[in-house]
Ligand binder design. Structure first.
Ligand code: PBG
Length: 331
């Protein structure tokens, strides 16, 4: 029996030239967002023990970090504020609004800042919203009201984008409304729309000191974050957020949810972000530290998978290396 011309697959793999020509996608550092942590409780830049190479910044070190990242070709950032004081209500956002004003004063439109909107770093119990008096339930509507108020303050301080990661229902519509009613219709919304309850947020919660404590009646975030057993919930939650006015939607974590990224990319017409979260990042870093894999190639392989699945924005703790690593890709 004669072989079909398809049977020799090695011709297309034979050398780097033909592999470059045969590549079906390209990575571009312009599609990357770098997360940053602004910690009100520290007086100098401090490394985050469980998140290799990532620091918690003071306002001063944050400005320097952004300047360094711009040098490396990264201009889009996702800012996570970590307040000094935790409370149950009446949160004070002034340290982050001041920081946003200074960032924008210094860098203007050479940078694009998305401010994470969630209450988990502010609450004494570590949950993403306000609890009922019995402390066994997150109050959706009271939380949405607070998140919208917080978003307004961030937008007035000059953030380019609001990125709500709390997973309350109706927050995208409420935020869009309050921004539009205050002449802030140019501020965009990137919704963490398909955000799953996950093990892989561990290092991030260390950085934000936001792990729901053991003395909590509500010990995890399963009552508001999506379940890995329910794909449709994540899809519906994303479609709902688009209807409510999201400009960019997101799947998070990334690698365990490639199927969701793929399905959404075929369904929706908006930019789709994949967030390779702290625990996913750190699992690579630990393999690298043990000399088991090569750092740049490992991150590049994952980023390629995210793009292949259909993401067009990648949020990665290694974003600041994207330009350098992509330039050196060996196909
Ligand atoms: C806050 C929030 C989380 C992350 C981003 N925003 C963690 C959580 O829900 O506990 C995770 C990011 C990461 O792990 O890199 N709600």
């Amino acid at each position: 029996m004669s072989q079909s011309y398809h049977s020799n697959r090695r011709r297309i793999r034979a050398n780097q030239h033909i592999r470059e020509l045969a590549a079906m996608l390209q990575l571009n550092h312009k599609e990357f967002i770098q997360p940053l942590f602004l910690d009100e409780s520290i007086s100098k830049q401090t490394s985050i023990a469980t998140l290799n190479e990532i620091n918690a910044d003071t306002l001063e070190s944050l400005l320097q970090q952004i300047a360094n990242d711009l040098q490396k070709g990264i201009s889009k950032f996702l800012l996570f504020p970590v307040p000094l004081k935790k409370a149950e209500n009446n949160f004070d956002y002034s340290f982050v609004t001041k920081a946003l004003q200074q960032i924008k004063n210094k860098f203007g439109n050479t940078v694009w800042i998305a401010a994470d909107v969630c209450l988990c770093a502010y609450t004494s119990h570590g949950h993403c919203g306000i609890l009922n008096p019995e402390k066994d339930k997150v109050l959706n509507d009271a939380s949405v009201k607070e998140l919208a108020n917080y978003s307004l303050q961030l937008a007035q301080a000059g953030t380019d984008c609001i990125a709500p990661s709390d997973m309350m229902d109706g927050r995208i519509g409420a935020i869009r409304n309050i921004l539009d009613n205050n002449q802030l219709d140019e501020v965009s919304i990137m919704s963490y729309s398909a955000k799953f309850s996950s093990q892989f947020y561990g290092p991030f919660r260390d950085a934000c000191k936001s792990t729901p404590g053991n003395n909590n009646k509500l010990q995890d975030r399963k009552t508001y974050q999506a379940s890995s057993f329910n794909k449709n919930d994540a899809i519906l939650s994303t479609l709902r957020d688009i209807e409510e006015g999201a400009d960019i939607v997101m799947v998070k974590p990334a690698l365990p949810y490639l199927d969701i990224i793929h399905e959404l990319s075929e369904t929706i017409q908006l930019p789709l972000a994949a967030y390779h979260v702290s625990g996913e990042y750190q699992s690579i870093e630990l393999l690298v530290q043990n000399n088991i894999i090569e750092r740049d190639k490992a991150h590049l392989e994952i980023w390629t998978a995210l793009k292949r699945a259909g993401a067009n924005i990648i949020i990665s703790y290694a974003a600041r290396h994207a330009k350098e690593w992509i330039e050196k890709i060996e196909y």
